[in-house]
Design a protein around this ligand. Structure first.
Ligand code: NAP
Ligand code: MG
Length: 488
């Protein structure tokens, strides 16, 4: 087992061996709670390293397919047990590396275990259907088969859950993989891969390679022996993935950003809607793709909602996520921190009213971390950049509307369509919202963030292209059909 110590150097995992990059160079992963703390080093890999990883996956695919779904599921159960035994260490690494609070990091790692068990169970579930043939003496059926080598590229915001919800279905359905995590969370990802490596996959089935997005990430996307690509991350890179996959005629699944609305109707439960907006907007420092970022409030309840929201938001404790009692940690990286600060300035310039937060927390007790207090803008208008663009930080914009119809229009006034919520006690509004809202995840009296592993996950419009992730829906992406006819 690779040592689990702070500031260790993590290697690539290619053809069942931990290997240094040919470049002999490493990248640093630093803590957003103290930029002088190096959490670990990872390989700064080259295209030659990547080629070895893809070759290994390519050479392994025939045998892995032949092993069968049941046997593949059994190995995933082992990975789940190993990951479960390391929740504390992996969660602490995640907190140090990207700043999510320790309880959230533990919850996410436990979710990774549950996802593994779900897909391990797929080992014994059906992978096809019998379809009546027009010939009574023939048996016609479908069988799902693997695609081949799947390239996996992930972001830093869920460093355990996102890799696991791609790796586990890819593997159980019989694909081999080449996985590149986000550089900013690659140490956590390496620790997840240690769990996989100890479970006993055949050589070459699972390959892990770190390095820059523009070299290794782009290289995976363009490699001729990669047969499908699953990507989660920014819109800019997602578009490159879709385009490149389309040009090569291969499958791709791209999950991108969001600008997730919450509507608060005049008949909403005030306390519950305030609690849900705070949790949806500020947990994980607003860095969830499903985070609440615009709150659309009916005029009749606007002032009361605003007052209560500010009052509760000001109770949030911000600081080092390893400390007990801290509710919200830092932005995950310096670039994210700078982005959030710039949007706060943009909001002010655009004429939105900053009613709380927007402060950078500095000084000795904050160790040069990337801390910003939870920020609320009131009187926001639909054409403002803070209402249209994804900020990916602890910032929300309040928009006042006359009625539910206007609220739904305001909610849909975005290029994104990932998650959307409404708080109301009116059944007519439930139904209207469920029918008219343009979002892959539709939530009624529940916060915008929150995903269940057994249900389809993904967005409409600019938030996602390709079939859904998670639950049974994942099978669509990771398999192809054979339609088989047998005549006696
Ligand atoms: P990002 O910059 O797009 O990076 C995502 C991954 O792509 C990283 O592994 C990155 O590597 C890699 N990459 C960068 N440039 C690449 C290129 N030219 N070709 C191939 N790969 C490349 O996104 P991020 O900043 O990590 O994540 C934040 C974004 O992810 C937000 O926009 C958020 O909404 C989105 N997100 C969406 C979902 C969802 O399910 N819809 C979930 C979580 C996050 P490096 O790290 O080495 O640059
Ligand atoms: Mg970091």
């Amino acid at each position: 087992m690779v040592s689990i110590t702070k500031d260790a150097t993590f290697k690539n995992y290619i053809n069942n061996e931990w290997k240094e990059s040919d470049s002999t160079k490493v990248l640093e992963s630093i803590s957003p709670m103290n930029k002088s703390e190096v959490v670990g080093h990872i390989q700064n890999s080259t295209l030659e390293d990547l080629d070895k990883a893809v070759q290994a996956a390519h050479n392994a695919k025939e045998n892995w397919r032949k092993i069968g779904q049941h046997a593949r599921g059994q190995i995933l159960f082992k990975v789940a047990n190993i990951l479960e035994s390391r929740i504390d260490d992996i969660a602490e690494t995640m907190t140090r590396e990207m700043g999510k609070t320790l309880p959230e990091a533990k919850g996410e790692t436990a979710r990774g275990v549950a996802i593994l068990r779900y897909y391990a169970g797929e080992g014994v579930r059906k992978n096809g259907d019998v379809i009546p043939s027009s010939d009574n003496e023939a048996l016609m059926f479908t069988k799902r088969v693997p695609i081949g080598v799947v390239g996996i590229v992930t972001p830093w915001n869920f460093p355990v859950a996102i890799p696991v919800w791609k790796l586990a279905p890819a593997l159980v359905y019989g694909n081999t993989v080449v996985f590149k995590p986000a550089t900013e969370a690659a140490v956590t990802a390496a620790k997840v891969i240690e769990c996989f490596s100890e479970a006993g996959f055949p050589e070459g089935v699972l390959n892990f390679i770190t390095g820059s997005g523009s070299i290794v990430g782009q290289g995976i996307i363009e490699h001729p022996q990669v047969n499908a690509i699953t990507f989660t991350g920014s819109e800019a890179v997602g578009k490159v993935v879709s385009k490149s996959a389309a040009e090569r005629g291969i499958k791709s699944q791209v999950e991108m950003g969001g600008k997730n609305p919450v509507i608060v109707a005049k008949d909403a439960d005030l306390d519950k809607s305030v609690e849900a907006v705070i949790s949806g907007a500020f947990r994980s420092t607003g860095q969830k793709c499903t985070a609440t970022s615009k709150v659309i409030v009916e005029a009749a309840i606007y002032e009361a909602f605003k007052e209560k929201l500010v009052q509760e938001t000001e109770k949030i404790t911000v600081g080092n996520s390893l400390n007990e009692g801290i509710w919200m940690g830092p932005c995950a990286s310096e670039s994210q921190f700078n982005t959030v600060k710039s949007y706060i300035e943009i909001g002010k310039e655009e004429g939105a009213q900053l009613i709380t937060g927007g402060e950078v927390l500095q000084g000795k007790e904050y160790d040069n971390g990337f801390y910003i207090t939870p920020t609320i803008f009131a009187n926001a208008k639909l054409d403002m950049r803070i209402v249209q663009e994804e900020i990916f930080g602890p910032v929300i914009a309040l928009i006042e509307v006359a009625d539910i119809q206007e609220a739904i229009q305001a909610a849909n006034n975005t290029k994104y369509g990932l998650s959307a919520s409404i708080f109301t006690s009116n059944i007519g509004s439930f139904l209207k919202f469920a029918d008219e809202i343009e979002a892959g995840l539709v939530r009624i009296n529940a916060e915008s963030a929150g995903v269940e592993l057994q249900a389809p996950f993904g967005g409409m419009k600019g938030s996602g292209v390709g079939s859904r992730e998670q639950g049974e829906a994942a099978q669509e992406f990771y398999t192809e059909f054979k339609t088989i006819l047998i005549k006696g």
